[in-house]
Design a protein around this ligand. Sequence first.
Ligand SMILES: Nc1ncnc2c1ncn2[C@@H]1O[C@H](COP(=O)(O)OP(=O)(O)O)[C@@H](O)[C@H]1O
Ligand SMILES: [Mg+2]
Length: 292
Amino acid sequence: MSPRGLAGEFIGRTLRVSGAARRAHGDPRTTTAPRTATVSDVRVFAIANQKGGVGKTTTAVNLAAAVAGAGYDVLIVDIDPQANATVGLGQPRDLEPNVYAVLCGECTAEQAVHATPVDRLWLLPSGRDLVGASVELPTVARSEQRLRDALAPLRERFGFILIDCPPSLGPLTVNALVAADRVIVPVQTEYYALEGLAQVLDTISLIQRELNPRLSVAGMLLTMHDNRTRLGRDVERDVREHFPGLVFDTVIPRNVRLSEAPSFGVPVTLHDPFCAGSDAYVALAREVAAGG
Ligand SMILES: Nc1ncnc2c1ncn2[C@@H]1O[C@H](COP(=O)(O)OP(=O)(O)O)[C@@H](O)[C@H]1O
Ligand SMILES: [Mg+2]
């Protein structure tokens, strides 16, 4: 089956997307997309794609900072053992307690929330011991619900909670998708952009059916886009054609400030508030907030 056929069939039949995302694009299937939460209920966003290097962490940190800049209390949950979001926010890899202790039930999520250099932005950090969690979690009862249960008491305290997932569809990403109301799927604007997307959408659909009926796709986010190249423009067109109504209008450009910011331990909105990367994540924050 062609990638187009696969994606089209998949979306039409089984995948629930945010009603607002479809309406914005005038998609006639809006009525078949049940809305299971009101905007005010939508708090927790997972940033997921099993491909590495597509911009998950960059999106988690900078979208979170943009939302915090708009005056909301925001929590980033770093559930990737590589701890890139933790380090990118200027925190040490061995900050404790961390999300592993939370998943093990050694402390509450509230006890593991740490301040960051950004006003209103808080961090539930990753840690080295999280590597073992992928192996340990499946042996524990109700292991898929651990993060959701842990974050439940924090839903009132934070306007937004963003979960930065590892580059796999293993138990940690499953925990994130079970805890989430919405998922954002970053897609690197490159030749192989569509590869693997059916797999991540399949996993989301499975979680919707089996574990988290509230979950829906907020949107796919084109990242590292270079509008000056023909390839960049072609890939954007292809992704929008394959996934109508499912791709954010906002596109994140390839921007050197975005790649530099983590080495200073701050989001781009602090590193260079007026660069194209900052502008793009502020625009994304608006689009996400409007999406419901
Ligand atoms: N829009 C962008 N412009 C330039 N560099 C980017 C951009 N987005 C991400 N990067 C860089 O690409 C690399 C991978 O991004 P990252 O967010 O860590 O991906 P993931 O979390 O999916 O593995 C990092 O070095 C990051 O700084
Ligand atoms: Mg990452």
